[in-house]
Design a protein around this ligand. Structure first.
Ligand SMILES: [Zn+2]
Length: 373
């Protein structure tokens, strides 16, 4: 039985008959492990009306953290008002929306790392035109130097370490249940002209952010997660080797810290989620071998359906039952509920679980991953 694909005559990605088994009363137990519903500014009010029980809302840049904060506050207060009865638990009423703060790999090119040995000089220094030039010359790469230089001349100033890092720390401290996310590594992303952030309909340049810079910024963000004992939601595209190396070193660091020092980490196990994972099924195994880094994997219709059922079902099967999560990765509340039911149904078919068991197991896993109480 082990390793066999479920026998299905029709493609589960196009056949939505099985979602007919979903019962209305299961909605409160659905947990979306990764979404950006707040990106749809016209529909912020609809987020608190979602039937999906819990969402994990990802902040990706300093300028969207405030919206994440506001949506989480209104979702959680409205749910404790409405659901103040015996049938709901604390998890249900206080964690309808788990806020997450981080800087996404698409935007880390703007972040300055601390200047070695002289962090004070950074804030003043990086404002200078010359240092701005040096920063972008160093962190950006491209096959065409003319294009790179033209892009650099259009970019806003880099953000000093003394600005973004304390801001992230403050956001996480202000929200004791917040996660670090969305952070990660992406070797395929290319900058947009002028450093625009809206991807729709704009032809990207050929300029990319250097992977070493991405790793430096990721490691700094992860240090905060370790210090504050927070779980992390990861974006990882074409950089599995680099991510492995970072998580491996954290596993070693946490293994040693018990006997050496606990000054830099308040946790003994870092919980991470590889969101909308699309790598090779066989490559997943290596993420599940650590004692001090527990890796969850989540899947979405929006990103993972394009893999095709054969690969997607193999990926889902490759994740241990207690480390599997479901998500939408949607940037609007519109059709979020439907996407959740669809991905739950696909997981049920791949794992050969009932739809109800899938909802309840992924909920248990989400509670363990986020650490909500
Ligand atoms: Zn995302």
């Amino acid at each position: 039985m082990c390793g066999e694909s479920p026998t299905v005559s029709i493609d589960p990605l196009t056949d939505d008959t099985p979602i007919g088994d979903f019962k209305e009363e299961w909605y409160p137990f659905l947990c979306d492990a990764h979404c950006h519903a707040h990106d749809d500014k016209q529909r912020l009010d609809e987020i608190q009306q979602l039937r999906t029980g819990h969402i994990t809302l990802m902040g990706v840049r300093q300028d969207d953290w405030e919206t994440v904060e506001m949506v989480a506050a209104s979702s959680n207060s409205s749910s404790s008002d409405n659901n103040n009865n015996d049938s709901t638990t604390d998890v249900d009423s206080h964690s309808r929306c788990v806020p997450c703060f981080g800087i996404h790999p698409w935007y880390v090119y703007r972040l300055a790392p601390p200047q070695e040995g002289d962090p004070q000089a950074n804030e003043e220094g990086v404002k200078h035109q010359q240092q701005q030039q040096e920063h972008y010359q160093h962190v950006l790469d491209g096959p065409d130097d003319t294009e790179k230089q033209q892009l650099i001349s259009q970019l806003a100033a880099p953000i000093p370490f003394s600005d973004w890092y304390p801001h992230l720390e403050q956001q996480l401290k202000r929200h004791p249940h917040a996660l670090l996310g969305e952070v990660g590594l992406d070797r395929s992303a290319r900058l947009l002209p002028g450093g625009a952030i809206e991807w729709h309909g704009v032809k990207p340049t050929n300029v990319v952010c250097d992977i070493d810079h991405q790793c430096t910024i990721l490691r700094l963000q992860l240090d905060l997660a370790l210090q504050l004992d927070r779980a992390v939601s990861f974006h990882c595209v074409q950089s599995q080797g680099h991510l492995m190396a970072i998580l491996q070193s954290i596993n070693q660091q946490l293994g040693k810290s018990k006997t050496v020092t606990t000054a830099t980490a308040t946790t003994s196990v870092l919980r991470v989620c590889l969101h909308s994972f699309g790598g090779k099924p066989a490559s997943l195994d290596q993420f599940f071998k650590w004692r001090h880094v527990k890796v969850y994997v989540s899947f979405s219709i929006a990103i993972n359906a394009r893999l095709g059922w054969k690969k997607l079902s193999q990926l889902i099967q490759a994740v241990p039952d207690d480390q599997l999560l479901i998500e939408t990765d949607l940037n609007s509340p519109t059709s979020l509920d439907y996407n959740m039911v669809c991905i739950a149904s696909l997981v049920a078919q791949a794992k050969n679980w009932s739809l109800h068991d899938t909802v309840m197991k992924t909920r248990q896993n989400w509670i363990a991953f986020t650490g909500v109480e």
